[in-house]
Design a protein around this ligand. Sequence first.
Ligand code: ZN
Length: 163
Amino acid sequence: MSDFYDPTPQERTHLRRCVDLAREALDDGDEPFGSVLVDADGKVRFEDRNRVRHGDQTRHPEFEIARWSATALTAEERAGSTVYTSGEHCPMCSAAHAWMGLGRIVYAASSEQLQSWLAECGAPPAPVAALSITTIAPRQAVSGPVAEFADELRALHLRRFTT
Ligand code: ZN
């Protein structure tokens, strides 16, 4: 990984919250992913974390954000929002994000990093290809990954398969 994004202090704070939500998810038996939607004024409007442990494997926080935004935000508010997330959106969530016309995405770890960490701990292959957000949504504004969260997120993902 050579092209890391250098976040502003405010972006770093939102990403920090995403990583904390990811840890909370893992501690609760879910997968370590967390996301936050921030509006154009910089206010956190919605946050969630992965909730797949009861069997619904579509309960990704980015997907929850997209669906929440359908009724909670206007089209203009959606376009002006920024979604922060601990891990780059999967294809399902990238598509949902783009269909809803949500704004920029800032992610801490890339799908490429996640794939290498999962391979490292012998995790079974995912049923969905690890395509980048812009492969799914070509005009999507995206920033990431952020180097400073890599070790912490790697440790969370490895813990999922080693304890
Ligand atoms: Zn997803």
